[in-house]
Design a protein around this ligand. Structure first.
Ligand code: TRP
Length: 461
């Protein structure tokens, strides 16, 4: 099986595909709103620390496992651990990942569906004129039928692509659309920075006041780092298995991390500036923090930006596309396992996995306002509703747990020769010792400490 495995076509192949998986709603929707909820500055500092101290080494570890084994997560752990009992035990890390993938997919589809709605709204505004009052985001969240329809539409698109195999289509399209998205994003930020709220926004984002960081913010920052970088569930193991031996894992990982983080920061700068510049927007956003992406940007497009009427619908198409390249990578993790393990055909695997996930999506779609019991469940304090509950569970518990398994495995069980060979580093170099020290000690202890603190019920509220 290991021989003849396909590899990314070009040097940039992996970086592009991995960045496509990483850049998604995590950057555009989630990062700005949780940064807002956690009062900016200090949260951003903790997030950046989490990205570079935990995220980068764990991304290196995941890619390394994939390339070494030339297999996706579950069989990769099994093989590298030497098969048998030990192999089965380690493959649990892969299974937790598949579970996390299914959970994330089920609510990610709902938010992704919102981009289709925003696209439609913008199209109407572009022709009939912008009317801020007609956004009606709260009413939209409560409209259960509409929520389920949008979610179903997005689930069908994802299933259709996964069913055909990811193949050339999505990658080729991503390669064209991502740069366009970056260009529009830069234009958005540049335009936003001419608004009056700029100084206030930059201060809020980049001047840390640690007394304003809720203690739980540390957990959220770490969880967000895993989520945004697509870590902790084996996605990077699968992608890493297609990296050629000539490519530098460290350099590739660094690129993905920098691109993903840059994207998140740009999105936050644009949204914060708009919030501080447009009167009344702060209340609208605070009333529904989960919708920041969909509430703030239309104001900028239609009231400030030359060409905004054309760019607004285009922007939301690209958001949908960024989300699609992420749902596909998640869907592939779940589907490919069923193909490998159960011997199902790709069609069957994709259809069954998508249906199971969709059942969860329907519940999540109804949990943002339509059905009271679903919208009010509060397992984690301050995170009411099934959608937020699933998000909190996956991002802040399952992903760090998967990351913990990976870093312990690579740090302690894989063996130095394998590590040195894959990384192309020499024994005794500072970078190798630093990385090994992080993988063996710093990352496991940090994740363990965090999870125990939370589970032991440190008062985080
Ligand atoms: N990183 C993506 C985002 O920010 C979501 C995502 C895609 C993901 N694949 C993943 C998250 C694998 C965790 C693991 O939107």
């Amino acid at each position: 099986m290991a021989t003849g495995r396909a590899h990314w076509g070009s040097r940039l192949g992996f970086v592009m595909a991995a960045a496509g998986s990483a850049v998604g709603l995590g950057n555009l929707w989630k990062f700005p709103y949780i940064t807002w909820e956690n009062n900016g500055g200090a949260f951003v500092v903790v997030y950046l620390a989490a990205v570079f101290v935990l995220g980068l080494p764990i991304m290196i570890a995941e890619i390394l496992v994939g390339r070494r084994a030339q297999l996706s997560a579950v069989p990769a752990f099994e093989t590298l651990a030497g098969g048998g009992r030990r192999g089965r035990a380690w493959s649990t890390v892969g299974w937790v990942g598949v579970l996390a993938g299914g959970v994330i997919l089920s609510y990610y589809m709902v938010i992704a569906g919102w981009s289709l709605w925003s696209f439609h709204k913008c199209l109407v505004w572009s022709f009939t004129g912008y009317d801020a009052a007609s956004l009606g985001f709260d009413g939209f969240l409560k409209d259960g039928v509409l929520q389920v329809i949008l979610t179903a539409a997005f689930s069908l698109m994802t299933a259709g692509i996964v069913m055909r195999g990811i193949g050339g289509g999505i990658e080729r399209a991503t390669r064209i659309m991502m740069p366009v998205l970056v260009a529009i994003m830069l234009y958005l930020v540049a335009t936003a920075l001419t608004m009056d709220g700029r100084d206030e926004a930059l201060a809020k984002l980049f001047v840390p006041h640690f007394s304003e960081l809720p203690p739980q913010g540390v957990l959220l920052a770490v969880g967000q780092a895993f989520f945004s970088l697509s870590l902790g569930l084996g996605a990077m193991i699968a992608y890493g298995s297609y990296i050629s031996k000539q490519e530098s894992i460290v350099r590739s990982a660094l690129w993905v991390v920098v691109l993903d983080t840059g994207f998140a920061l740009l999105a936050a700068v644009a949204m914060f500036t708009i919030i501080f510049s447009v009167p009344g927007l702060q209340d609208r956003v605070s009333g529904s923090t989960v919708g920041m992406l969909f509430i703030t940007l239309p104001d900028l497009f239609y009231t400030r930006m030359p060409g905004g009427a054309v760019l607004a619908p285009l922007f939301f198409v690209l958001v949908a596309f960024a989300a699609l390249s992420s749902t596909i990578s998640l869907g592939e993790v779940v589907t490919s396992l069923m193909i490998d393990r159960r011997g199902w055909s790709r069609r069957k695997a994709a259809a069954i996995c998508s249906s199971v996930v969709f059942a969860g999506s329907v519940l999540a779609a109804l949990s943002v306002g339509a059905v009271a019991p679903l919208s009010q469940v509060e397992v984690f304090a301050g995170k009411p509703g099934l959608l937020s509950t699933l998000d909190h569970l996956a991002a802040n518990y399952l992903l760090p747990l998967g990351g913990l398994g990976t870093t312990v495995f690579v740090g302690w069980f894989l063996g130095r020769p394998a590590l040195l060979e894959e990384l192309g580093l020499k024994r005794g170099t500072i970078s190798f010792h630093l990385l090994l020290w992080i993988l063996r000690v710093v990352a496991p202890l940090a994740i363990l400490a965090l999870l125990t603190a939370v589970l032991a019920g440190w008062d985080f509220s």
